[in-house]
Design a protein around this ligand. Structure first.
Ligand code: DQA
Length: 149
């Protein structure tokens, strides 16, 4: 089975308790279970990670590039300002690997600072505003892109 890493950024470890009206009532473990299940159906071995640390997330991009692992990433607040993470995401793309950006909410419909993503210009594609289902769509897109290679 092809491995895919699903990388979640800062404060997403607080899913379920953090603004449930915006991010839903399900926690990160529920997301882990769902992604594993969706991945199995698509023939993908999905590993869900979360970090509040920019350096750790950048390290995961380097690892994905080196190990040729496709990425689904919700960069959370780093979306809006981390050029370091954007450069690291570029390294994944440079290896010819899919990197799908996901947001649970629709950042464009929220605060002004959320309207800009420094990751979107680098990502293969972006899915926003679909809740956890967005990760399913992103995994589906990864499977599709791998099949059409
Ligand atoms: C988010 C949107 C970001 O603006 C925010 O900082 C997050 C979560 C989302 O999934 O909707 O932490 O990426």
């Amino acid at each position: 089975m092809t491995k895919v890493v699903v990388v979640n950024g800062p404060n997403l470890g607080r899913l379920g308790v953090r603004q449930p009206d915006v991010y839903g009532k399900q926690d990160l473990d529920a997301l882990r279970r769902l992604c594993a299940e969706w991945g199995r159906d698509l023939g993908l071995d999905v590993e869900v990670r979360q970090s509040d640390d920019e350096a750790e997330m950048i390290g995961w991009m380097h690892q994905a590039a080196d190990e040729k692992t496709p990425v689904v990433m919700n960069p959370a607040a780093f979306t809006h300002y981390s050029y370091g993470l954007a450069d690291a995401a570029h390294m994944v793309i440079d290896e010819g690997l899919p990197l799908m950006e996901v947001h649970i909410s629709n950042p464009s419909a929220r605060d002004e600072f959320r309207k800009r993503s420094v990751i979107s210009p680098v990502a293969t594609g972006t899915i926003t505003g679909m809740g956890f289902y967005g990760y399913k769509l992103a995994l589906d897109a990864v499977a599709h892109l791998l099949e059409s290679e």
